[in-house]
Design a protein around this ligand. Structure first.
Ligand SMILES: Cc1cc2nc3c(=O)[nH]c(=O)nc-3n(C[C@H](O)[C@H](O)[C@H](O)COP(=O)(O)OP(=O)(O)OC[C@H]3O[C@@H](n4cnc5c(N)ncnc54)[C@H](O)[C@@H]3O)c2cc1C
Length: 261
């Protein structure tokens, strides 16, 4: 058995196509706005969300829509107003992709419940036959780490005993897949696995709120605490309303001023 820690790595994020943005600005006769706005807002994701929102009312400048007599020039004011009003649909235009590594099947069962605005690619334990069981020991079992380790080693041993019943070298890939999937039924839920997760910012805000709440499971709180830190660092205007609160078990709750936009 190998003891591991859940890891969160940011893999990708939305990037603007600069020519496309310029063409859009030309279409709206909003080139002046675009040059000024881009200086104030170099963040592609936040800029795209603002652009999508302004396209709804032609609010790139006063006079483009006769009904608009003033606009919020500052991206912070603009996006804060979007959050305050709950106009969260424009946050769906930009996404972030994360790798969640060394997470348990407990975690993956929970994260797949968030369906709206997400994409997931989970390591297949039909295809991947583990050589050893890696596992994160949650704080509530830390005082019993050696018993946990003994138990997992016993499962590992039994798993390998069963594995030896099959002549893997003579099996087709399809047969290996079937037997690997059959065998995984004796592996623990805590086995460390990996998941690639993409979500839009509306969804990420909601999942951070729900899954860092003290009533959520400790592992998902730990992982989404890391997601919250990355998002607050990289998208300060989209996550600027979140405050943090240290919890007794060392995890952190992130609470938005504007819930479920
Ligand atoms: C502390 C905690 C305990 C939990 N315990 C349990 C449990 O015991 N058993 C269990 O089964 N689950 C449990 N869950 C999971 C929970 O019930 C939700 O399934 C999960 O959190 C996904 O959240 P969501 O429903 O907001 O969906 P998301 O996919 O995150 O969707 C976001 C929002 O979009 C809207 N939406 C999404 N899909 C639809 C739709 N089909 N129709 C209409 N509106 C939609 C809803 O407003 C929804 O809130 C628990 C979650 C937490 C945080």
């Amino acid at each position: 058995m190998k003891t591991v820690e859940p890891l969160v790595i940011k893999l990708a994020e939305t990037r603007l196509d600069k020519d496309g943005v310029r063409r859009l600005a030309e279409h709206y006769t909003a080139l002046d706005w675009m040059d000024k706005a881009r200086e104030l807002q170099p963040n592609d994701s936040e800029f795209l969300i603002e652009l999508a929102g302004r396209a709804c009312y032609r609010s790139f400048g006063v006079g483009l829509n006769p009904n608009v007599t003033k606009i919020r020039d500052n991206p912070r004011d603009y996006l804060t107003n979007v959050l305050e009003k709950g106009d969260g649909s424009i946050l769906e235009h930009a996404t972030v992709t994360f790798a969640f590594l060394n997470v348990s099947r407990v975690f993956t069962h929970e994260i797949v419940r968030h369906r709206a605005g997400t994409a997931m690619s989970q390591e297949s334990l039909r295809y991947v036959r583990p050589r050893e069981i890696s596992l994160w020991v949650p704080p509530d079992l830390e005082s019993a780490t050696s018993r946990v380790s003994e138990t997992v080693k016993e499962i590992e041993k039994r798993y390998h005993d069963l594995e030896k019943q099959f002549d893997w070298d003579k099996m087709t890939f399809e047969q290996k897949k079937r037997v690997t999937s059959a065998l995984r039924r004796i592996l623990p839920d805590g086995i460390a696995t990996n998941l690639i997760w993409t979500a839009n910012h509306r969804t990420i805000r909601w999942v951070i709120e729900m899954r860092t709440h003290p009533s959520a499971e400790v592992e998902i709180r730990k992982v989404f605490g890391k997601v919250a830190e990355i998002c607050r660092r990289d998208y300060p205007l989209l996550y600027g309303d979140f405050t943090s609160k240290k919890l007794d078990d060392g995890t952190t709750q992130y609470i938005p001023k504007f819930s479920k936009v």
